[in-house]
Design a protein around this ligand. Structure first.
Ligand code: AMP
Length: 219
C-alpha cells in the first residue's frame, strides 16, 4: 500500500493520472475538488461556504478542506492507500495531513510534482470536458471522442464542463497555485519525498512513468 500526493497546477493532469493509478494499484483517489463540488451540489454547510470562492478560482479555507479530508480518510476503503489529488494546497493543509496520517498510523510515501508550462494550462483547462456518466476526460482540440457525442469509455452521451474552467477563472486558479501551493514543492523536498515528472508530453508515457514510481513505493 502507498499514500501519495499528485502536485501540480490546474491542467497538469492530476485527475486524469489519478484515475489511471487507481485502476492499476487499487488505490483510492481523494480529490478535494470533487468532494467540494459534491458538497456544493448537496447544499451542505461546507458547500455553501465554499461555493463563491470556488466560482472565483480562489482557495477554500483550510478548516473546511481539512475537515472534509479527515472525514474521507475515516472510510475503510482508504486503508489500501490514497492518491491525494488537489490536496494539500497550502502548507497548513500539508501539516494537517501529516498529523491525520500519524493519527491513523499511516505514512506519506511519495509526492509527485507534475511539471508543466503555465502558458499551456489555460488552453488545456478551458477546453476540457468529461463524460457525465463515467468521468472520462476529453478536450475540444487535443482529445475528442472517436464518435462525436459518444463517450469512448462507456458509450454515454452526456458531457459536462466545470463552471470554473473558464479562461478568466483558470488564470485566478493558476495564481492561487503559485502563491499558496508551489511552496509545497520545497516542503516535500525537505522531507525527501518529492519526485518530479515532466507532464507536458503524451498522457500514456506520463502514466507509465508514474506507474513505475508508484510501483517502487508499493513493492
Ligand atoms: P480542483 O478540482 O482540484 O481544481 O479544485 C476546484 C476548486 O476547489 C479549487 O479552485 C478551489 O476553489 C477548491 N479546492 C479544491 N481543493 C482545495 C484545497 N485543497 N484547498 C482549498 N481549495 C480547494
Amino acid at each position: 500500500m502507498a499514500n501519495l500526493i499528485l502536485l501540480g497546477p490546474p491542467g497538469a493532469g492530476k485527475g486524469t493520472q489519478s484515475r489511471v493509478l487507481t485502476e492499476k494499484f487499487g488505490l483510492v483517489q481523494l480529490s478535494t475538488g470533487d468532494l467540494l463540488r459534491d458538497a456544493v451540489e448537496k447544499g451542505t454547510d461546507a458547500g455553501k461556504a465554499a461555493q463563491d470562492v470556488m466560482q472565483a478560482g480562489g482557495l477554500v479555507s483550510d478548516d473546511i478542506v481539512i475537515a472534509i479530508v479527515s472525514d474521507r480518510l475515516d472510510r475503510p476503503d482508504t486503508a489500501n492507500g490514497v492518491i491525494f489529488d488537489g490536496f494539500p494546497r497550502t502548507v497548513a493543509q500539508a501539516q494537517a495531513l501529516d498529523t491525520l496520517l500519524t493519527e491513523k498510523a499511516q505514512t506519506l510515501d511519495l509526492v509527485i510534482s507534475l511539471d508543466v508550462q503555465d502558458e499551456a494550462m489555460i488552453d488545456r483547462v478551458s477546453g476540457r470536458y468529461t463524460c457525465a456518466a463515467c468521468g472520462e476526460g476529453y478536450h475540444d482540440t487535443h482529445k475528442k471522442p472517436a464518435n462525436p457525442d459518444t463517450c469512448d469509455a462507456c458509450g454515454g452521451h452526456d458531457f459536462k464542463r466545470r463552471a470554473d474552467d473558464k479562461a478568466e477563472t483558470v488564470a485566478q486558479r493558476l495564481a492561487a497555485y503559485h502563491a499558496e501551493t508551489a511552496p509545497l514543492i520545497a516542503y516535500y523536498e525537505r522531507k525527501g519525498l518529492l519526485k518530479h515528472i515532466d507532464a507536458m508530453g503524451d498522457i500514456k508515457a506520463i502514466s507509465n512513468e508514474l506507474a513505475t514510481a508508484v510501483a517502487q513505493e508499493d513493492a
